[in-house]
Design a protein. Structure first.
Length: 361
């Protein structure tokens, strides 16, 4: 029997400026959805009577509202899976909040709408009244806890393993389309292609080898894969975080065991000696309340994020990504005297001289 499958919404391919060197494009593809390390992701469960989708009523001109609210047992499964990812020791935190305006991740439980998540920083794109993650079936059923681990993996920026070009999978395409068109998924050909048959760019996959044990891998029944031969009988996943899942998460989000970052003094630039994927962190404690600018300088592609410390926890304030452009990232934000702020700069790639700096003014 075919399993329920995660169903990501189709997104347009990223558009980069023409003429970019291949290594720059590769670095941008690999890091564009990843959070800066040290981010605390706040998650919110929809809980109101008016939280839901309005859908048409078959056979009439009317509509009805379908709730996004999940029961306590469903929410507890998701909470437990956030804890499992956190307990790896990664440099990303997870905190449940009860005000959707404070949440980067907003979670619904609309039955029949599939299970899916925004990938990484794409969660910042939907409006505050929209979901960034949904669970469309019972997470307490045997084997379904893996669905929550899988969707949180997407929220961290991870992709589907079976779409890796390193997997070397040769599908029986029509068998796949036929299988997914039936229960329990009822997918269109476009959705099946986007989530299964389409190959990802080598730069945006989770690693340089295929991991069939990954929580980001779908299980597949026999008869869908022609090659590699050992998977003609299907792909059977254990349903937990694999060794390579953990390695990927810790590589992108290493533990935050360093002392407090150095201060970024207004009007004094700080040189950045970073390689692709590396990050520099600074603190800012403004001496006066006013609008400040924080920006990078030099020939590089980077993302800059400013956090405000509240109750000992960094809260996202503003971010800017200059990846793929010839312009440096600059953020303007009102900083308040007596509060502490964190500036985090993550490099995609350096080009030209590769010499870069960050400054607050």
């Amino acid at each position: 029997m075919t399993a329920h499958y995660c169903s990501l919404a189709q997104q347009p391919a990223p558009a980069f400026a023409p003429g970019l060197a291949a290594e720059r494009v590769g670095a941008l593809m690999g890091g564009r959805r990843m959070w800066v390390n040290g981010t605390v992701l706040h998650y919110y469960f929809f809980d109101g009577d008016t939280d839901g989708s309005v859908i048409p009523v078959p056979g009439s001109a009317g509509t009805r509202r379908v709730s996004w609210v999940g029961g306590r047992a469903q929410r507890d499964v998701v909470r437990d899976c956030f804890r499992e990812w956190r307990d790896l020791g990664i440099g990303i935190g997870f905190t449940e909040v009860f005000d959707r305006s404070e949440a980067e991740l907003r979670i619904g439980f609309q039955q029949g709408d599939g299970s899916w998540s925004a990938v990484g920083r794409d969660a910042l794109l939907p409006g505050l009244h929209e979901r960034t993650m949904n669970f469309g079936w019972d997470l307490t059923a045997p084997g379904e806890r893996a669905t929550a681990l899988h969707e949180i993996g997407h929220a961290l920026g991870m992709q589907h393993e079976h779409q890796s070009p390193f997997a070397g999978i040769h599908w029986d395409d029509e068998a796949v389309y036929a299988d997914l068109a039936g229960p329990p998924n009822f997918w269109s050909r476009d959705r099946t292609f986007f989530n299964i048959l389409r190959k990802l760019d080598p730069a945006e996959v989770n690693g340089s080898v295929w991991d069939p044990q990954s929580v980001m891998e779908y299980p597949f029944a026999a008869g869908l894969i022609l090659e590699p031969e050992q998977f003609r009988g299907g792909v059977h996943t254990p349903g937990g975080l694999s060794a390579l899942d953990k390695e990927f998460a810790l590589r992108w989000y290493p533990p935050l065991d360093t002392p407090r970052p150095p201060a970024l003094t207004p009007f004094r630039s700080a040189a950045l000696s970073l390689g692709p994927g590396e990050q520099a962190d600074f603190t800012v404690e403004p001496s006066e309340t006013r609008e400040y600018a924080v920006g990078t300088f030099g020939a590089s592609d980077s993302v800059v994020v400013v956090f405000e410390e509240r109750d000992g926890e960094p809260r996202f304030l503003a971010g800017r990504d200059d990846g793929g452009t010839e312009h440096n990232a600059t953020i303007r934000a009102r900083l308040v005297r007596g509060r502490r702020y964190f500036v985090r700069v993550r490099l995609y790639s350096g080009w030209g001289s590769g010499e870069t700096a960050v400054m607050c003014w």
